[in-house]
Design a binder for this molecule. Sequence first.
Ligand code: FMN
Length: 160
Amino acid sequence: MKICIVLHSYSGITRGVAEKIRTACGGDLVEVKSRKEYSKISAYTIGCMRARRGEKDPIDPDVIDVTPYDLVVIGTPVWAFRATPAMNGAMAALKGCEGKSAVIFATCGGSPGETLPFMRQALGEKGMNVRGECVITKKDLGTGAKTDELIALVGASGNP
Ligand SMILES: Cc1cc2nc3c(=O)[nH]c(=O)nc-3n(C[C@H](O)[C@H](O)[C@H](O)COP(=O)(O)O)c2cc1C
């Protein structure tokens, strides 16, 4: 099973989870970067406003071709109860994703809000089949159990 792990991470937590998935399950990591620069202040002002509105940041890479993969794992931090604007950009940038299986996850302080339902919707509109989802809060990171659950979910989601 070929896995592509697409992620955005502002302060490193989502990247850390993505790296654990890759260590356990294999696969390629695609970390998207926003071309907009967010300071700690502008992340909470402009970034949260853009996240609430579902706006898409321009990102690098600007096209994410997942044609060669069997499963796409997509992870985002939560900003203002939504996916980050960079993640919105990443979902729009997915190419070759029609009919592909996906597992989505979000890391957050404790209040994921509508992040995963909105991601499900956006990916469903691109023809993806979201087979599982997981929220990892700051508290969950302490035990690692939730990350293990996510890894098990990824392992189980690749085959029809
Ligand atoms: C601008 C901003 C907005 C945030 N909004 C939320 C939120 O609405 N709910 C929540 O539980 N955590 C929120 N957080 C916390 C992050 O989602 C959490 O720390 C996440 O794990 C960070 O992931 P990262 O290190 O990959 O960027 C916010 C953090 C930032 C910087």
